[in-house]
Design a protein around this ligand. Sequence first.
Ligand SMILES: *Cc1c(COP(=O)(O)O)cnc(C)c1O
Length: 472
Amino acid sequence: MPRTPPASVAALPSLDRLLRLPALAAMIERHGRSRITSLLRSHLQALRERINAGHLSAEQLQQAVDGPALVAVVDAAIAADARLNLQPMFNLTGTVLHTNLGRALLPEAAVHAVTCAMTTPVDLELDIARGRRGDRDARVQSLVCELTGAEAATVVNNNAAAVLLLLNSLANRREVVVSRGELVEIGGAFRIPDVMRSAGARLLEVGTTNRTHPADFANAIGTRTALLMEVHASNYAITGFTAKVDTTAMATIAHERGLPLVVDLGSGSLCGLAEFGLPHEPTVQETLAAGADLVSFSGDKLLGGPQAGIIAGRADLIARINRNPLKRALRMDKMGLAALEAVLALYREPELLARRLPTLRTLSRTQGDIDAQAQRLLQPMRAALAIDYVIEQAPMHSQIGSGAQPQAQLASAGLRITSAHRGGLDRLAKRLRQLPKPVLGRITDDALWLDLRCLESADETAFLAQWSALQA
Ligand SMILES: *Cc1c(COP(=O)(O)O)cnc(C)c1O
């Protein structure tokens, strides 16, 4: 309860009077009159409610409407609004391609290309040599063909759009044969049976969850069959008593009956992962060489580029896809195209990829390198934590994420924090999420794990400075 006499609503200054205060002149200059007017109006309304509730003394009201107090209120409100925009984060989850954190980080070359496309007119749909209208996908198409050996390629907003578009273009009102072991659900409501329905295609499931044989496909083909489809089991693995028809065998069956084989590769790597110490993931090149007529894959997963869905393969099928009016609705914007072109161009010099492409740079970090970083960070991090937390250096396992090699574990390292108190870890995790640049780790097995694989050394100082101010 206020100690001094309560404030009265009549004592509230008018909005006009506040706007004329000299202290607010600079704010109005910087943000414009309408923004400041609307923030002050909310402030006055909040004060009015506190007065009506009897929660504000006359003295407190005086203080709340003087110049410096108003500047502070307006500043805080503007900062709070800015926090609703996308926030930079530290990804210490150990998942490199984290869908909730925006997947692949783009290389410098792509950032530069995007800035250019945003701020300058570009030859997006212009054939400069002939002085005629050009094709906006032509540059990406020729890069994809050069890198994968495909005859033709097309590109849309993401891989979900690519699958929808190719099914609608090639299998509308007809049947698509898929193994029961591959009826994938990707997080965020991408489910093969639902996409099939939206595309107007009829799903014909064959085989069983764990075993599908060549005869299952061969026997399912009929007069209404449009194509055979293979879907990468992105986020799960079927193990034990299993059988799968490989791409080569599926292509043979499809081609014997004059049908195309379409493969949704999901992650779609363009280079062998073995050199990064990871289990082999089928590449786009290999899948085409095995006989797939069309392959679709994402731009922002293992490729390490912007959100995109790329379809590569037979020229006649790509031409049918490009004629579909849906292609126009699902097309990529010029910023995405600029970034994708820049990233694909880096693949022309594969030996340099691990240095230039953030996704591959992060995936190829060795455990020794990450462990040395953990060693550097341990003491300063320990110093900032209250004594009821125990922090220690620990080996960890990172994941690629976004449906590439769901079972692959990348030997990594980081800091493991335990707490003597119930709820201590959740409290700390929350404090970390409230930092100016929020830190996201992973709580499992009664510990908070901060995997350092994704902490680039250039960001270490900023990370530590913030951590030292933690007070937890
Ligand atoms: C990730 C994935 C998709 C969806 O790709 P987006 O680019 O996220 O739209 C589709 N199919 C498979 C097999 C995937 O792994």
